[in-house]
Write a protein that binds this ligand. Sequence first.
Ligand SMILES: Nc1ncnc2c1ncn2[C@@H]1O[C@H](COP(=O)(O)OP(=O)(O)OP(=O)(O)O)[C@@H](O)[C@H]1O
Length: 274
Amino acid sequence: MSVTETITDPQDSTQERHPDFGKVILEARGINVAFGSHKVLENLDLDIRRGEILGFVGASGAGKSVLLRTILQLTSRQGGAIRILGVDYDAATPAQKTQLDMKLGVLFQQGALFSALTVLENIQVPMREYLELPQKLMDELALLKIELVGLRPEAASLYPSELSGGMIKRAGLARALALDPDLVFLDEPTSGLDPISAAEFDELIAKLRDTLGLTVYMVTHDLDSLFSVCDRIAVLGNRKILVEGTIEDMLACEDPWVRSYFHGKRARSIVPQN
Ligand SMILES: Nc1ncnc2c1ncn2[C@@H]1O[C@H](COP(=O)(O)OP(=O)(O)OP(=O)(O)O)[C@@H](O)[C@H]1O
């Protein structure tokens, strides 16, 4: 694992940062994924560093969800290796895999809440799966997560059908945080939200990164999010990472797709152009 100094410390200097801040905590190397003869990812390399918010972009159908699912071991790959928190997933024992799974939280695109369960019960699903805790303690923990994501305590007893789009994302995030993960994966967290709710969600993500030292991998099409909260951006194209770096690196990139994305009409109102 390499140590890098290239990401800026987002945390207030009075806050203690994780001793491994900036170190690579997820390393994907030579990833190949195909469905039949359709190659989606080919020899793809990607690093995620502790404490950063990595924005992940790419054209529709480029393979962003496939990569996310591959990293989470939900889609099988034909080649390559994935090390998470220093553990090679393929070589890990079942106990190590369980430990790793507990350190990863996921918010899928539509929140993916169980419709027959309340918000509180949804947040307790991972707790029931991985921990053996008394119900009272699980209730207290779930209420803490509800508060952490900015939902009111009354939301605990609501069902997903009774929640607004923004509340669903927050409830999904609370469930992703249920086991105090090191790394959270967010699949288009602001899609479908109005601009105010989307900006509030971005602020929440940045706050959680700063206060909990979370590392965040965020698939997004939202230029506001990329510009306002992401420390680094990676662009998927031609089945691999086309370019990765800061927003300035994106603006300076000559690749035609990256240029049209970051210099296009929609970007011009958000991103300062030269
Ligand atoms: N289970 C599957 N079987 C066959 N093909 C698949 C499967 N999952 C994904 N694909 C194909 O892989 C390609 C990449 O899909 P993916 O959903 O990862 O794109 P994406 O970049 O996330 O797109 P979007 O931004 O629209 O969500 C697509 O051509 C898709 O049809």
